[in-house]
Design a protein around this ligand. Structure first.
Ligand SMILES: C[S@@+](CC[C@H](N)C(=O)[O-])C[C@H]1O[C@@H](n2cnc3c(N)ncnc32)[C@H](O)[C@@H]1O
Length: 180
C-alpha cells in the first residue's frame, strides 16, 4: 500500500496534497496510546487507517459524501490525520464538537502558528504530544517530524511530550493568559 499524496484521487473539493494516508501501524499506535472511549469520530477516514482500530466509531470522508464541516453532533473523542490546507477551520470546528481531539500532524503546523496556539488556549490545552518521528521514516511523503497531539477541552495542566517507543518525557508548563 502506498502512503503518499495521491494525485488523481482529488475531487473538486479535495486537493491531492490533502490526501496523505497514514501508515496503518502508525495509526494503530496512536489509537492504542490515547484509547478513545464513548462516542468517537474519525472526521476524515481516508482508507480507514484510524477507523479500523476504533470499532463503533462514526466517520466522515468528503470523497464518500460525508463532509466533516456538516457534522454537528457532539462527541467524546475525535482522532485522525486531518487535511492540512484547511487545518485552521478544521481545528476550530473540531473544538466545537469534541471533548478530546487527537490529530496526527507535522508538529510545526501547530507549534509554528500563533493563531493555532491561541485557538488551543481558548479551547483548553494539550495534555500530551506523542512524537512519532520523521515523516519520511514513518512512510509519509515528507520529512517533517510528525506527532499526535491530544487537545482537551478546559485542560489547564502541563503538556507531557513523549517520544514514541523511547523512555522518558519532557514536561512543559506555561503560564496561561487570557486571549482576546
Ligand atoms: C491527510 S488525509 C488523511 C486520511 C486518513 N485520516 C488517514 O490518516 O489515512 C485527509 C483526508 O481528509 C479528507 N477530507 C478533506 N476535506 C474533508 C472534509 N471537508 N470532510 C471530510 N473529509 C475531508 C480527504 O479526502 C482525505 O482523505
Amino acid at each position: 500500500m502506498m502512503h503518499c499524496a495521491l494525485p488523481g484521487f482529488e475531487t473538486e473539493t479535495v486537493r491531492a496534497d490533502d490526501i496523505i494516508l497514514t501508515p496503518h501501524d502508525v495509526a494503530r499506535d496512536v489509537v492504542e496510546r490515547f484509547a478513545p472511549t464513548g462516542k468517537v469520530l474519525d472526521p476524515c477516514k481516508g482508507d480507514g487507517a484510524f477507523l479500523q482500530f476504533m470499532p463503533g466509531a462514526e466517520w466522515c470522508e468528503v470523497r464518500e459524501g460525508r463532509d466533516f464541516f456538516g457534522w454537528r453532533d457532539p462527541v467524546d473523542w475525535i482522532v485522525s490525520n486531518p487535511p492540512y490546507s484547511t487545518f485552521k477551520p478544521w481545528m476550530l470546528h473540531s473544538f466545537t464538537l469534541a471533548e478530546n481531539v487527537v490529530y496526527l500532524v507535522p508538529l510545526h503546523k501547530v507549534f509554528c502558528g500563533a493563531k493555532y496556539l491561541d485557538a488551543i488556549m481558548q479551547y483548553g490545552g494539550m495534555p500530551e504530544v506523542l512524537v512519532m518521528g520523521a515523516g519520511s521514516r514513518l512512510g509519509f511523503p515528507f520529512g517533517f517530524v510528525v506527532g499526535a497531539i491530544h487537545f482537551k477541552r478546559g485542560y489547564e495542566g502541563p503538556t507531557w511530550i513523549h517520544r514514541h517507543n523511547a523512555p522518558g518525557h519532557f514536561r512543559l508548563e506555561a503560564q496561561r493568559r487570557d486571549v482576546k
